[in-house]
Design a protein around this ligand. Sequence first.
Ligand code: XUL
Ligand code: CO
Length: 448
Amino acid sequence: MANLQPIQLTTGEREYFPGVQQIKYEGPASDNPMAYRYYDEHKVVAGKTMREHFKFAVAYWHSFCGTGGDPFGAATKNFPWLTSQDPVGQARDKMDAAFELITKLGLPYYCFHDFDLIAEGDTLAENEKRLQAIGAYAGEKMKASDVKLLWGTANLFSHPRYMNGAATNPDFAVVAHAGAQVKMALDLTMQLGGENYVFWGGREGYQSLLNTDMKRELDHMARFLHLAKDYARSQGFKGTFFIEPKPMEPSKHQYDFDSATVVGFLREYGLDEDFKLNVEVNHATLALHSFQHELQVAANAGMLGSIDANRGDYQNGWDTDQFPNNVYEITEAMLVILENGGLQGGGVNFDAKTRRNSTDPEDLFYAHIGGIDTFARALLAADAILNSSEYRRLRRERYASFDSGDGQAFEAGKLDLKALAGIAATQEAPAVRSGKQELFENILNRFV
Ligand code: XUL
Ligand code: CO
């Protein structure tokens, strides 16, 4: 980084959630809304503690920067950590509030975009100075609290310069600016010991093919990702890079549409050694998939890295980013995650926001407690389904005809199409075999 005059920050004293004590596990019988009923961080399930299974992370942007503004109305949340007019003072207050919430929840991680931490300035040099200042403060807070950085990322979508994309912008000047910004975000992530680095496509996509050279834009995106990866590796970064698929919003067509699209892209451009996927619930449903489908596609490719926890709304078609509360949905997800042997490098980041009319600071606690308990309960259910029910056996039995004889030979690649046809000619007409979907659903319901 350039030689800049450092901005000095001092540690704040203020308590932002004064009525809230340390959130503890009290068990399912508890009626205390400020306690965990299922998340017992030390409880061992399937060989790991709950803390290790989830690596829960608080998302800086929704919880500390989002104030409830929407296209129809102004901000509703007067968060006291956002009142300072001085960007550096505001960043410090925000970080004090963030670390108070994270430590009171007892969570091990957080995630940020560069300009969640501190407001973006007018020039790259000013931004570098600001990020250095808040980076130093974050380092102190992390050391004092033992909270770690699950991943960092750069906001390459809010500023008007990125309205036509960042790495895929048709103007090279914008691509270069995005490169400078990613370099700074990578430096900051590495400085803070970040375990991973995320690329969500932002505005990498297009609105109309009439003015878009799609092939060229995709080539540029891959080139850009290679440059970022090569730089971070040259600086000793050992973590994983994640791509976060999303089908639409803000662009009509997003280049990272879904897990299958991203897996294909990473393989086509030789990025599959270093990159895995960060799968988000509401992005999956926007792509008209289920969350568990998207997780399984990533798992099949050996690329199930991390997840962004939230949920969509059954009645509309945009990214509502609500806190997860659907135990059934998350149990199906945990089945995939457990059978995958866990997440590769990542964890569970609450990319979720309280509703616009949830205006009390403690609503942030209810939201996280609910989401955390949803996952904990789902883990217990999924573990029981896998280990104490007929679920695995019933699924395996559906494929039993491939375990021996001709079916096994087919799997092993020992039959050609003629041989397959010959087998069909000599056998009886295939029987009608039930898929027993309702039985499988009942098993799930028995444990949820
Ligand atoms: C947007 C989204 C982002 C990424 C990080 O829908 O999910 O917040 O998670 O850029
Ligand atoms: Co996300």
